[in-house]
Each structure stands twice: as structure tokens, then as C-alpha cells.
Design a binder for this molecule. Structure first.
Ligand code: PHE
Length: 341
């Protein structure tokens, strides 16, 4: 038995010394020290020994167990250190590897122009509204005085969703006038930027999708002079002091009187060039005093309240602001173009 114990100790310590991983270590622990392990088996045989030999043999068996236990503890420390080492190695950051380049984006020139415009209007006490691009013809046309049969309602100009021509992609941001009148307390000062859609062929000045910025003021005693003053202020803030505007009479069903507003051509300064088609002026927006019937349809008494509205073409505003001469560049998103701003 003495020999058996000596062999067991030798074998166990040798195997523990060469242990390669946590699983193997656990296996060895069970094999030697477990309830059905080898030490237990030997201790069980002690019963067969003469009584006087038992104490010495018991002592020896305990020594062997203690030796194996400390062998296991040492192996455990070694295995854990190796595992930690391996993990550190696999998770190591090589700080000498060149980093990945981060490309920083920029705001699109059209949104830069829009932000400038918003800031100007917010500074004058306007609220910015957002509205649906899928709109009811009732709001896009009827409530804006463009009744059944009006040429702008034609299928050749407008994207409808249904045969009855009741739901459409809005062709202007002006239905936001109606939405504001229906939902807000008077007096009202709003702008409403957003996309609009018309069946236009793409060229240097047209796109079937473009952006407008609607504006509207309703208050007591509001006149065309306020409209002119406001728009001149905005144009000078956007394009620089002294930039001239021109108000031309026009017609819109929902304003009376109506006008179109031009700014001096940025390319030629008014002399006439290809960009302004020889006119010296570039059309920027439509505007006018809100038609009394439009106010009435919204339940607003035109004898008490008056107002004006305008609709900027946002692309044109940005083109004038950044000297861009082809509308298509705004939507193509070619980085060589975008990088210039
Ligand atoms: N909605 C008009 C258009 O698209 C512009 C406009 C807006 C005119 C508000 C007058 C008042 O042409």
C-alpha cells in the first residue's frame, strides 16, 4: 500500500505538472480526489490492514492527498495565467496599425439655404410647420379657390392617387395655409417648407419634385406693404444688403392682388445673360394678399382679419445664394459638386 501511495503521488504530480487546460485539470481532480477517486479507493482498503499499521498509513495517505491538492492548486494558477495571457493576446490593440479614415459629411447647399431662411423667419416671430406630401385635392385646390375645372387640377399636371382625383402629391405647399388656418389660433405667422410634385420634364430649371417654402401671416390690419417689407428684408439678409427685388402683377386663385417677386440676376447683376435668359431678373416666389373667400372658407372674417402669403422656390433660392446655374446639380448629389460648399 505504501508503494501504491508513492506511485499515485508520483503519477499525479507528473500529470498535473503537464496539464494543458482547465478541463483536463478538472478531470484529474476527479480522478484523484473525487468521491470515487483513487485516494478514496486506497483509504477504503485500509480496513484490511493490521490495526497497528493503520495510523502510519493513514498519515501517509493524508500526506499524498495534501501533495496532490497543492499540485492541483499550482496547476490551476498556471492554467489561469495561460488563459489570461491568451485572452490578452487575442484582444490586444495594435496601436501602430494606421486608422481608418473618417469622412465627414456636410450639409447640402439647399438645406444650408433653408436653415438660413428659417432663422430669418424665426427671428421675425414665425413658426415653422411641417405637413404631408400626400395631400387632399380639397386642401390643395378647393380650399384655395381653385375649383373643379381649374387648369392646374388637370391630370397632365398633377400626380393623383385615385380615379376621382381626391388624393394627390401636393403640387404646392399652399395647402399648409389651409392647415394652419384650420388648426391655429389667430393671429398666425408661419412658414412651411417641403417637397412638392408636378409633371414637369427635367431640365436646368425644372424637376418633377422640388421644394417650396410657404409663408403666411394673418392679423388685423395686415397690408401689401408688410408683405413687401418682409420679403425685401429676407432677400437682403439672404443675398446681401442692397439686393434689389421686383414685384410684378400676377394671378393666383387664392391671393388678390397677386404678384411674382424677382431678384436681380446673380450672374450679370441685371444686365441680362443666359442664366436669367436675358432678363436681368430671376423669379423667386409667388405672393399676394389672401383672397377673402379663402379666409371665409376657413371661418375667418375677412372684414376683421387680413393676411398675405408667399411661396418661395427653395432650389431657386439656393441656386441664387450659391451661384449654381443648373437645378439638376442639386439633386444629383455628386460629391465633386457638394464638396464645393
Ligand atoms: N403656390 C404658389 C405656386 O406654387 C405660390 C404662392 C404661394 C403664391 C402663396 C401666392 C401665395 O406657384
Amino acid at each position: 500500500m505504501r508503494e501504491k501511495l508513492a506511485r499515485l503521488r508520483e503519477e499525479a504530480l507528473a500529470r498535473l505538472g503537464a496539464v494543458s487546460g482547465q478541463a483536463e485539470l478538472e478531470e484529474l481532480r476527479v480522478k484523484y480526489l473525487g468521491k470515487k477517486g483513487e485516494i478514496t479507493a486506497i483509504l477504503r482498503e485500509m480496513g484490511r490492514l493490521p490495526a497497528e499499521e493503520r495510523p502510519a498509513m493513514g498519515q501517509l495517505a493524508n500526506d499524498v492527498r495534501a501533495a496532490i491538492e497543492s499540485g492541483i492548486a499550482a496547476a490551476k494558477t498556471k492554467v489561469e495565467a495561460a488563459a489570461l495571457e491568451a485572452r490578452l493576446k487575442s484582444e490586444a490593440l495594435d496601436v501602430t496599425v494606421p486608422g481608418r479614415e473618417v469622412t465627414v459629411g456636410k450639409r447640402h447647399p439647399m438645406y444650408v439655404a433653408l436653415d438660413e431662411m428659417k432663422e430669418i423667419f424665426i427671428g421675425m416671430g414665425f413658426t415653422v410647420l411641417d405637413g404631408p406630401e400626400v395631400e387632399l385635392a380639397e386642401l390643395n385646390f378647393d380650399r384655395l379657390n381653385a375649383e373643379e375645372g381649374h387648369p392646374s387640377r388637370d391630370w397632365s399636371d398633377t400626380f393623383y392617387f385615385d380615379r376621382d382625383s381626391r388624393v394627390m402629391l401636393r403640387s404646392q405647399t399652399s395647402p399648409m395655409q389651409v392647415r394652419a388656418m384650420d388648426s391655429m389660433e389667430l393671429p398666425i405667422r408661419i412658414i412651411a417648407p417641403g417637397r412638392v410634385y408636378r409633371k414637369d420634364e427635367v431640365d436646368a430649371t425644372h424637376s418633377p419634385m422640388f421644394h417650396q417654402v410657404e409663408g403666411m401671416v394673418i392679423d388685423k390690419g395686415v397690408t401689401m406693404a408688410d408683405l413687401k417689407g418682409t420679403l425685401n428684408t429676407v432677400v437682403e439678409k439672404l443675398y446681401g444688403a442692397g439686393t434689389k427685388t421686383r414685384f410684378r402683377p400676377h394671378h393666383f386663385p387664392f391671393t388678390e392682388p397677386s404678384c411674382e417677386v424677382d431678384v436681380q440676376c446673380h450672374k450679370c447683376g441685371g444686365a441680362g445673360c443666359p442664366t436669367c435668359k436675358g432678363e436681368g431678373w430671376i423669379e423667386l416666389l409667388g405672393a399676394g394678399m389672401i383672397h377673402p373667400h379663402v379666409l371665409e372658407m376657413a371661418g375667418i372674417d375677412p372684414e376683421v382679419w387680413s393676411g398675405w402669403a408667399f411661396g418661395f422656390g427653395l432650389e431657386r433660392t439656393a441656386m441664387r445664394r450659391f451661384m449654381i446655374d443648373d437645378l439638376r446639380l442639386i439633386f444629383e448629389n455628386d460629391v465633386r459638386f457638394l464638396r464645393q460648399f
